[in-house]
Ligand binder design. Structure first.
Ligand code: FEO
Length: 176
């Protein structure tokens, strides 16, 4: 008896590639926020450091979410080389502006994958990507709120920055 094994792939190659690239972007996000947390810790912003250490962990969870989904769908997650994250910032405010810019880049990337899933009629992956679309809305809103507070505190006003740093510490402790 001849057993013919046909491997049925659940996922199109172009979607698998897009997810592999997203895994790289989430891993880079995790390292970027880890490096930012280090900068905050040595520059007198313990609250912002706690917030960013936690955010770095969340990005690692996003990376793992993509990895498990791809493997479960008979694809294979691959890790790609990463660029060195920026390690120095002129101010806390400019760091958070960089975070917003980065999150907008991630949102655009997620939306691009979603568009691809619709084009390929891969509704299972489209449904999975929905979670990330909502997550990106939350993340961008959170960073915008922090930046608004920093603008209200005014550039270079140490008392205002001190209070915002305290608030970020409370946010990190309460699970935001
Ligand atoms: Fe996983 Fe902040 O994007």
């Amino acid at each position: 008896m001849v057993i013919i094994s046909i491997k049925y792939k659940n996922m199109k190659k172009n979607i698998e590639q897009a997810i592999i690239e997203q895994i790289q972007k989430e891993e880079h996000s995790s390292r970027l926020y880890l490096q930012m947390a280090i900068w905050c810790e040595i520059n007198g912003f313990p609250g912002a450091a706690a917030f960013l250490y936690k955010h770095s962990d969340e990005e690692r969870l996003h990376q793992l979410k993509f990895i498990h989904f791809l493997n479960d769908r008979e694809g294979m997650a691959l890790l790609k080389p990463l660029e060195t994250p920026q390690s120095d910032y002129p101010s806390l405010k400019e760091m958070f502006e960089k975070i917003l810019e980065h999150e907008k880049f991630i949102s655009a990337s997620i939306n691009q994958i979603y568009g691809l899933t619709l084009q390929e009629k891969d509704y299972t992956t489209a449904s999975f990507i929905h979670w990330f679309i909502n997550e990106q809305i939350e993340e961008e809103t959170l960073v915008r709120t922090i930046l608004d507070k920093m603008k209200l505190a005014g550039d270079g006003q140490n008392r205002g920055l001190y209070l915002i740093d305290k608030e970020l510490g409370v946010m990190a402790a309460s699970g935001h």
